[in-house]
Design a protein. Structure first.
Length: 332
């Protein structure tokens, strides 16, 4: 479904993907080093709570110094209000926010103002209500792996090829049909895939191959495991990244441009609030040391034991990565 005007339990509307009059052919994106990202929730950013409401306030964001807006997930979810992480129709912008053409108009208007538009996508689970895949596509899920949301999405079991294609094509869909400048993949540590190549690697390869050097596209991760390997130089996606940066040499060739750095946020949170419950437990001792390591080396946890995670080791060495590989953020 590209659009469900009567919510997730209603009928799907046929959408002509070629109907929108795109006028941003000259747009080539911006280098990642220029990214000043403003994460926003479409439903709360404006009184209207719509794509059009965001469009009408783009000049404010430009004046603020923002160079990229990141939309929290817009995939159709049940009900009128949602954070976005319970989406069940990954190809359908939620009708509460507007029609597909309204989202395209927002992206086009952002490009006119020199703003990149990124989208938060969820490939680790479906929301609990309105997901009918269990009824007609049981191979989408596997009991071999379990997640906080139940049976895992089947990325590595029998029948996984169609499942992998579903999510890879979803990434391609947003980047090509909606002209988005990048995707932020939510909580990829909850994606279980024991096959090779890992779905994250295959997705990145397919994305860069599809761009073919025509414009800049940025892939960003949220990864609680602090897996630095997805940010390292010389990945299998290198030929595609080099191609889209040509004729300039790529200073840092990676599968993913950056990772959402939870460590620096958590260390700052402990320092400013004193809260040490939940995952903040890992930063309770010497939070200033954790903050200092984040500023100097990227991750605070680079293989050290995490008390919150049952004293398991967490993270990989990150000191060799460039500063732009880490997205530091503040929640206001």
């Amino acid at each position: 479904s590209r659009f469900n005007p009567d919510d997730v339990h209603g009928a799907s509307e046929v959408i002509d993907p070629a109907d929108f009059d795109w006028r941003d052919a000259a747009w080539r994106g911006r280098p990642w080093e220029e990214a000043v990202v403003y994460e926003l929730h479409v439903g709360t950013f404006s009184p209207e709570g719509t794509f059009t409401g965001v469009l009408e306030r783009l000049d404010y964001l430009v004046e603020l110094g923002v160079t990229a807006i990141e939309l929290m997930p817009v995939a159709d979810f049940p009900g009128a209000r949602n954070w976005g992480y319970d989406g069940v129709l990954p190809y359908a912008p939620d009708s509460r926010y507007g029609r597909p053409d309204d989202l395209k108009a927002l992206i086009q208007a952002a490009h006119v103002r020199g703003l990149m538009v990124l989208l938060d996508v969820v490939y680790n689970h479906f929301g609990p209500e309105g997901n009918y895949l269990h009824v007609y596509a049981k191979e989408f899920f596997t009991e071999r792996h379990h997640t906080p949301w139940g049976a895992a999405i089947n990325f590595d079991g029998p029948g996984n090829r169609d499942v992998r294609e579903f999510f890879i094509h979803n990434a391609l869909y947003w980047l090509h049909e909606y002209h988005l400048d990048g995707l932020r993949l939510d909580a990829v540590h909850a994606i279980v895939d024991g096959s090779k190549p890992h779905i994250l690697t295959e997705l990145a390869e397919r994305v860069y191959a599809s761009i073919g050097g025509k414009r800049r596209v940025h892939l960003i991760l949220e990864n609680d495991a602090n897996a630095a390997r997805y940010l390292e130089r010389g990945s299998s996606a290198a030929p595609y990244v080099t191609a889209y940066l040509a004729p300039r040499a790529a200073p840092h060739v990676t599968q993913y441009a950056a990772q959402w750095n939870d460590d620096i946020h958590h260390a700052l949170h402990v320092l400013t609030t004193g809260e040490t419950d939940g995952y903040y437990t890992d930063y309770a001792d010497e939070p200033i040391r954790h903050l200092g390591r984040c500023l100097a080396e990227g991750f605070a946890y680079q293989g050290e034991v995490s008390a919150y995670r049952g004293h398991a080791k967490r993270g990989e060495t990150s000191a060799h990565l460039p500063p732009q590989a880490f997205v530091s953020f503040l929640q206001c």
